[in-house]
Design a protein around this ligand. Structure first.
Ligand code: GRF
Length: 199
């Protein structure tokens, strides 16, 4: 069985898309072994619980140093012997030490067509606000490998989404999630599990 560890910080709709894709057989031969949140009480943990998936909050704010926090996360992932780490709305930086332990085994989703509207500070609604401000007609989402620079790793899949007149950041965010994120994240994971992707 291919083992996946998912790191989250919030609502977990992308986590849900992955849970559903395993449940309905789109992704075969894989399981989510652990869901880790850096915050307590986030809805993503409840989603994991409801699906019967082992889950834990390792509250980053309880640690004096980021390294101490991340060590705990890594320990948990190692205990579970995960083959792939999926950052699904995870709002913490991943250190170089962490990346070195899992080369080409950490993936992230970003709600724009990289290299547009990405990098430091581009997360959540801000991405969509900037896309609307710039007046792009097409935006989308990107699944990529995680390397040291924010949103700089090799791209795995992208999907375009139309920007419509009168879009607000909230409306655009929802369309990007529904039409792109929840589609290409499971797709990327399926390709990795089936080993049909050359990094
Ligand atoms: C998504 O827009 C994702 O692209 C970004 O953070 C958001 C997380 O949403 N990295 P959710 O927690 O999966 O609902």
């Amino acid at each position: 069985m291919f083992k996946i560890g998912v790191l989250v910080s919030g609502g977990g709709t992308n986590l849900q898309a992955i849970i559903d894709s395993i449940k309905n057989g789109y992704i075969k031969g894989a399981e989510i072994s652990i869901v880790i949140s850096n915050k307590e009480g986030v809805y993503a943990l409840e989603r994991a619980e409801k699906a019967g998936i082992d889950n834990i909050a390792i509250a980053s704010k309880d640690f004096n140093k980021f390294e101490g926090y991340e060590k705990e996360v890594i320990k948990k992932l190692r205990d579970k012997e995960v083959d792939l780490i999926v950052l699904a709305g995870y709002l913490k930086i991943v250190s170089q030490d962490f990346i070195d332990l899992y080369p080409n085994k950490i993936i992230n989703i970003h709600p724009s067509l990289i290299p547009s509207f990405c990098g430091m500070g581009y997360y959540g609604l801000k991405v969509h606000e900037e896309a609307l401000k710039r007046g792009v007609k097409i935006t989308g989402a990107t699944v990529h490998y995680v390397t040291e620079g924010a949103d700089e790793g090799p791209i795995i899949i992208q999907k375009a989404v139309e920007v419509k007149q009168n879009d607000t950041p909230e409306i655009l965010q929802k369309r990007v999630m529904e039409e792109a994120e929840w589609v290409i994240f499971p797709e990327a994971i399926k390709m990795i599990v089936e080993n049909t992707l050359t990094p």
